[in-house]
Design a protein around this ligand. Sequence first.
Ligand code: ADP
Ligand code: MG
Length: 683
Amino acid sequence: MNNKNNYNYLLSDLTKLKGVGSKTASLLKRKKINTIFDLLWKLPKSYTDRSISSNIKDLKIGDVQTVNIVPYKYNFPRIRNLPNRVLCKDETGTLECVFFNSYEGYVRKILPLGKSVTISGKIGFFRNKYQITNPNYVSENSSLIKTKHNQYSLTEGITEKVYNNIIKQIIKDLPKFDEWHNKNILKNFNYISWYKSINELHKPDNIGKYDKDFYQRLAFDEIFSSYLVHSEIRKKIKKIKKKGKSFNINNQSKFISELEFDLTKDQLRSLDTINKDLISNQKMFRLLQGDVGSGKTIVALIAALNVVHSGFQVAVMAPTEILARQHFLLAKKLFKTSIKIDLLSSKSEYKDRKRILKNLGNNKINIIFGTHSIFQKKVEFKKLGLIIIDEQHKFGVNQRKKLSDKGGPNCDVLLMSATPIPRTLTMTIYGDMDLSIIKEKPKFRKEVKTYTKLESKIDDIIKFVKKEIKNGNQVFWVCPLIDESKKIDHSSAIIKFKFLEKIFPKKVALLHGKTDPIEKDLILNNFLNKKFDILVSTTIIEVGIDFPNANVIIIENANKFGLSQLHQLRGRVGRGNKESSCILMFKSSLTENAKKRLSILKKSNDGFEISEEDMKLRGYGDILGFKQSGLKIFKLADPVLNENLFRLAENEIKRIEKNNEDIGKFKTLMKLYDQADIINDIV
Ligand code: ADP
Ligand code: MG
């Protein structure tokens, strides 16, 4: 089996392994272990040292121990359910081996009378005799037992012995691949090979040695391969030749001069980059990343304006109807009648829908706004030149690529996301796209004041809310989902709604995950139009929507949220130019750690900085629920601990891209680590 570069073995089904039948395989599959390769990353947690054997008289009761004995008498009762027993001895005493559920023939075979045998197991003491019940290991070959045996966090139904045998078998048959990295990379890891690294990874003495060469190399392989796949997708998209767009920049200048505010430097710089992409004859595939309220929409709309002036159409897609409508209304206000725009909604009446489809087909609509419904099969554009996608941070690589393909070669793609992420994760999540970042907030934007308050002081909060409402302001009241897996757990929001309703009759509305989408839209719209003052909700209220009159957000049980999430929630208020505040409520007084977390939030208003701190405190998997998003879950690499490896990988990718280096030598690496479909068209 030891085929060079044969990754097929590692990618085969578990039942290929000796001793793994369909039952064991299905147990492992439940733990998302589908291939032999997947098994390599289940690392031992600790080991049992069975290397030192003891005399019978020195055995320690209750410990797992190893002992050399000679069986001298069988006791096989004829009554069912009674255990088979074997008396054994050494020079110092007697030990009884007890077997439940073992056949007589099997016991005779493993413990032949008069032969010297090594056994290992937990020592008991019963009726004046040392005992081992169902010993873990029995063998005439003591060297098989007298070593350190790895302990894995085992899948139920699989014993330590079986699991160790499986791992041993894989390591024995492990292919010796040709090295894929160059010397410059390898020198960081003392030139250790992949083969050697995997061997080291499963040695009992190496458990937890995350800073050793073998571990670092394997973590690097993992990061690097995901970057490489992204890079290949990006290159592939760049190869698509499009007709460069030509437009007169004076339209843009005029438009900007008529705005009520000056664009920030970051907004202008992003716009400039986007325009260059539009003009070029390479397809644009760009992410515009910026904190909540950094003003991405206006940048996207100006880009849309330029595209329209070059004779192409634009599609703007938002995750919800209400956000789509808000963008549409903003565009209507800004573009007046110079540009034909429309909104395609699930609520559009049949005749409107028909008209919109017709007008898209003959280029009488320049910009269409909507949800994903604007990409249904029936919708045909005459000359689509730009797709703008807002707030779809949950889109994975595959979904993004599909969208990019959909518009055809002449269509540029711009994604926007208000979800700042730590730098090490940017390449991991968005490495397939070019990136523009807006860091600077619009001038004169007042910072949201952040306070903490104990739940018992709710009367103070109510007083505050009363005052705010009197001044014509609106309030978000956020109750966390206690248990995300149980999506039905909205009781806390419902209880709070009833409580507030009594104090503020007819001024409160409720929104939660079970609210029907049409009703939800209606509630949000009514809130936007100030039909009521307090919106009680679970965290499901979407980002992106501008509520200019809402300037208080109260977040209950704030401990339940990550810092990034709190920052995002806080970003829902303070969009206008009024003083605004965020009140974080706590059930009990704060722990030191909680205080530390909150001080970061009070001190900083920079989502990127906060996300870095959040990741350091809570680990990368947790920030903003990225687990369900396009984020690859790393097996070994850790974006906090291995920041240097992420940087090394990034630089290496840049070097490879710059030199246009052939990536054929990485085929095995990519096949093994990123088994996504996408690779099939790359290598
Ligand atoms: P986001 O980046 O979160 O999508 P928006 O585009 O919704 O932010 O902008 C938030 C608010 O800031 C909007 O009301 C918008 O009109 C306003 N805005 C955008 N750019 C500026 C600017 N340069 N100066 C002042 N206000 C701005
Ligand atoms: Mg937005």
